[in-house]
Write a protein that binds this ligand. Structure first.
Ligand code: AMP
Length: 173
């Protein structure tokens, strides 16, 4: 199955010039969704991963079934102000301005083996913020996976030093 045929490209969303990769058409297709999760499972099964760290909000969609399948817990990284208990937080740069990600202070144990999952790697800024949150614990990042990678934005370069995997690669942005 060619997953690129199933991921919908929406030009100029949410603003002009962005080619938005819409994964709703993938997750509504039971075979494509399963193939995507199976690929993630194949990367991390039997690797003794303690937590899957999923990044709000589309990372949750892939992180939850992955965590169950590999026998890990699920740790949530969310936008500022969403998590109710004591958090660690990291500010990061957006194209315009800045944003903040948070994770509960007690969601990952010191030295625990974790992986990070999100739907798409663009510039890598969001993932780098998640990496910094985990490094505050500190825990061991065994891998980072994305369903989609926009190779032209070179997010992978910002994550050097980590094992980065992606299933569907687009050459441009
Ligand atoms: P970045 O921090 O630049 O790597 O952006 C990553 C986040 O923004 C991911 O969580 C994606 O969900 C979202 N994102 C960025 N660019 C796109 C795009 N072209 N299509 C869909 N989602 C995108």
């Amino acid at each position: 199955m060619n997953l690129k045929d199933i991921i919908r490209n929406v030009p100029d969303f949410p603003k002009k010039g962005i080619q938005f990769k819409d994964i709703t058409t993938l997750i509504q297709d039971r075979e494509a969704f399963r193939e995507s999760i199976d690929w993630m499972i194949s990367l991390y099964k039997d690797k003794n991963i303690g937590k899957v760290v999923a990044v709000e909000s589309r990372g949750f969609i892939f992180g939850a079934p992955l965590a169950i399948a590999i026998g890990a817990g699920l740790a949530l990284v969310r936008k500022k102000g969403k998590l109710p208990s004591e958090t660690l937080s990291v500010k990061y740069q957006l194209e315009y301005g800045e944003d903040e990600l948070e994770m509960h202070r007690d969601t990952i144990k010191k030295g625990e083996k974790v992986i990070i999952v999100d739907d798409l790697l663009a510039t890598g800024g969001t993932t780098l913020a998640a990496v910094q949150l985990i490094e505050k614990v500190p825990a061991v990042i065994s891998g980072i996976c994305f369903l989609i990678e926009l190779e032209g934005l070179r997010g992978r370069d910002r994550l050097s030093g980590y094992r980065v995997e992606s299933l569907v690669k687009y050459e441009g942005d």
